[in-house]
Write a protein that binds this ligand. Sequence first.
Ligand SMILES: O=P(O)(O)OC[C@H]1O[C@](O)(CO)[C@@H](O)[C@@H]1O
Length: 398
Amino acid sequence: MIDGTAGVSGRRDADEALLDNPQALAEADPGGMLRHTASAGAQVRESAALAAEANLAVLADDGRPRAVVIAGIGTAGRTGDVLATVAGPRCPVPIIGHRSAGVPGWVGAADVVIAVSASGRSPEALGAAEAAHRRGARLVAVGAPDSQLQSIAEQARAPFIPVPRRAPARASLWALTVPVLLAARSLGLVKVNEADLAETAARLDADADRCRSAAESFVNPAKSLALALAGSIPIVWGSSPLATVAARRFGDTLSANARYPVVTGALGEAGRGRVGLLDGVFGGLAEGERDIFADPAEDDGEGTRLRLVLLRDGGLNAEDDTDEPLAVEERRADAVQTLAERRGVRCDVVTAEGGSALERLASLIAVPDFASIYLALAHGLDPMAVPAITEMKELSNQ
Ligand SMILES: O=P(O)(O)OC[C@H]1O[C@](O)(CO)[C@@H](O)[C@@H]1O
């Protein structure tokens, strides 16, 4: 183990054997990030029940809004990306994520603001909720019970959906997302129904079971993905807008849990620029000079390589529900796999499964979520404690 600066210790090389030792895994994860992540399915059910108790129907009283703004930062902000992709390109109303305090200048009485904060106290969500109230916009708030966010919602007589606190916020993606989707459903903007929620929860449960700590690496997709990524610079591209939301989420968890640098984005966009990475010193050039007889244990870091993770939507979208013809997305995904293969850059593919957009998204998020935690644990890092975030808050006085 290396004692790093700022009180974080870990090991440079991933310990493969540790991943197949459930007791060692439990000891390396004192905060229970694996357990929290395994609660994703339960979070969907619990949040759906809590949202049903809030009076979301009032949102529809003033009819269809001009725009919906999802205000929040970090994981809370990702819920806006999920809503936008589940609503799809045919959504009649713009859905806009806002990640800084306050709301965009144009927001007024014709709009809806959904303020989201796991702790119920991020300046971004609080500032947005206050601004929305001041400007007469319809407000919904989602976050920790008995928080400042709840007080603002109460003052504004706005619906508030309490999300039981799980630290850290990134372990609450599903608990935060479901109320946002159900608020949008009340406004007639998404078609998520009870069966979609139940199937999504069941999918998350099944993936949590496949990724459980007792399942060994060769049958555990999250452990094998973690080991594949160990020591590399991951590039995560999504084949469709929905898969790109999952790609960005993987970027969040790889950075915060495993402390890995990562490039994420939409394959459509990457194909016109960033795909050039595959040719550079971490891509094709490095692979070209790889000594196949070298001892990987003696790798001094100079051999750092890119590793491509392709999240494929699986071509299950209804044709009229997509921005682009599915065939184009599929061809592009095949093309980047060929490109990577030609350059010797290794590529892992996760393919979406399930019927509804929400379930497909869940199927692209679940395994990578676990993989980011296993990767942290293999490096001896506590996936829960991120002193840099706390220090950043202190230094920037937030
Ligand atoms: O959801 P909250 O509590 O508003 O926090 C927003 C973000 O801020 C952080 O706590 C970091 O400061 C993230 O972990 C989180 O996603």
